[in-house]
Design a protein around this ligand. Sequence first.
Ligand code: ZN
Length: 225
Amino acid sequence: MKKRMLALVLAAVMMFSPLVSKAATFNPNHALAYLAVRFTCGCTRGGTGAMIGRYGMVTAGHNLYCPYHGKPLKTCDFYFGAQTPCCSWYHHTGRFSYRVYDTFANGYHSENDIGYIIFNNPVGDTTGWFGSWAGSDRDLDWEYMNLYNYDANRHMRSLFTVEKVYSSRELYWDGKLSGTGGGPVVMGEEDYVVAVFTCYSNDGTGYGRRLTYDVIRDMRADGAF
Ligand SMILES: [Zn+2]
């Protein structure tokens, strides 16, 4: 009976843990994808997404809903380990579902510009995945922050100067990394994703939407891990 109680407690801790470890096979070049998106309004967009589980990818909401017309995506191709417009390590075209936290029906706002993709197949078994760290009530360790994304030529880039918590939902930093939105903001030697890159303001400040607990909870419920 005691063992059963212990197992239940452990299961509960696992369910509510804000931390998920990276894959044993983790390699940022493989767990990051360039997203070639087409929306139902006809707009096209390049984006970046990061695997954080066997089935789940996190990205910006504006890669899943057109930020100009509030229309959902129609198709998306995933180029993991992209290197040039014609070359990638793993090109995935399979079926998936997705969820966003803002559909931009009233114009673009960055506060809820986050979404996720759940693949029908365990894509993470091939690509590996980043760790993830959810929560809005924790101090983050800023010493090892990195932002990753793909530029328009599908070259992976990174920026090391994330500086400060902006709010429980957003980060901001100085220093521009030109390229696509949706790339992960990664913390620590365990490579925990703590936010996704959303946009730059007119003064060049970069913004990231934090991977809050509600997003991780929804991803877990939808089978991301
Ligand atoms: Zn559009």
